[in-house]
Design a protein around this ligand. Structure first.
Ligand SMILES: [Zn+2]
Length: 304
């Protein structure tokens, strides 16, 4: 009798485990960094896919039919917000016909809400091709914001799966411990370069620069999303010479021709900086390794 009971209990445990495996939360993110942070918090209770890949400019993503399928089956959609995805996500979301992940629904998480946003405009001006009309949307490139993003994800996953809340809380805690350790290393690496003047191609590094004490004195783009013009490039070169700028930071998806010639004429170094997890072929598998790689490349240029 007792043995039958035990076998029965084992069987129901196995069925329970299977049911749980089948019920993994399906999470879709707009950028790979959020997918990485969702894996940190969600562990084996979530299936996460990102639409934009880390090697793509997240402002301009080409829609594909496979994204519709992802969105149609999603329990949760995580977005950057601040109109970063405005050119590509809203039409996909409409066509996916998944009401659970629409703005305002429990399955929609705009991560710009709980973080520090820089460059907030006093009045919104969408003219002149500026793709940052509501403030700087590249806020994930800041370790403090990464923790705030992870906390928002933990709260959302716990709301959608209350039974797994203790598991998510434990994993968030583990992540906080690891990123705090990494942070000590990063701040020590960057300490000798506080106040260093740099130029960035696109205005995607203000949170990063503020955190590590870099001084961004100009941009290769005349405005975010607008390609370099000869007159702007001329002015930039004069300004960089006057300020003894040591490095130009550029994402891998921009054309290196203009920034490379600016670097040669100003005796500075062009550094490829990866703005997202998955941005490089290797070495950017998660949020912490992304920062390790970027800081190691940056320091080499600043030391010159
Ligand atoms: Zn941008």
């Amino acid at each position: 009798m007792k043995r039958i009971f035990i076998i029965g209990a084992l069987a129901s445990l196995l069925i329970g485990a299977n049911a749980q495996a089948a019920e993994k939360l399906k999470v879709v993110t707009s950028i790979q960094d959020f997918a990485s942070l969702t894996k940190e918090v969600g562990g084996d209770r979530v299936d996460v896919m990102s639409i934009a890949k880390g090697y793509q400019d997240p402002h301009f993503v080409e829609p594909k039919p496979s994204y519709l399928l992802l969105l149609r089956n999603a329990d949760l959609l995580e977005v950057v917000g601040l109109e970063l995805e405005i050119g590509w996500l809203p039409p996909l979301l409409d066509q996916s016909r998944n009401n659970r992940i629409r703005p305002g629904q429990p399955g929609y998480l705009d991560l710009s809400n709980g973080v520090t946003i820089l460059d907030k405009p006093s009045n919104v001006n969408r003219s002149m091709g500026d793709v940052h009309p509501l403030g700087n949307p590249h806020y994930w490139l800041d370790p403090v914001n990464a923790v705030r993003i992870a906390i928002q994800i933990q709260q959302k996953l716990s709301q959608l799966r209350p039974a797994d809340a203790p598991y998510f809380a434990q994993r968030l805690n583990d992540f906080k411990i690891r990123i705090n350790e990494a942070n000590k290393r990063w701040l020590a690496t960057m300490a000798p370069f506080r106040g260093a003047k740099v130029v960035t191609y696109h205005n995607s590094w203000p949170n990063f620069a503020k955190y590590f004490g870099l001084d961004v004195v100009g941009y290769v783009e005349p405005k975010p999303g607008v390609p370099p013009s000869p007159s702007h490039t001329f002015d930039l070169i004069q300004m960089m010479k006057a300020n003894k700028v040591k490095a130009i930071l550029m994402e891998p998806y921009f054309d290196a021709k203009t920034p490379q010639s600016i670097a040669e004429r100003t005796d500075s170094t062009l550094v490829v900086m990866y703005p997202s997890v998955g941005g490089a072929k290797s070495g950017t598998d998660d949020y912490i390794s992304l920062f390790d790689l970027n800081l190691s490349n940056l320091v080499k240029a600043l030391r010159k």
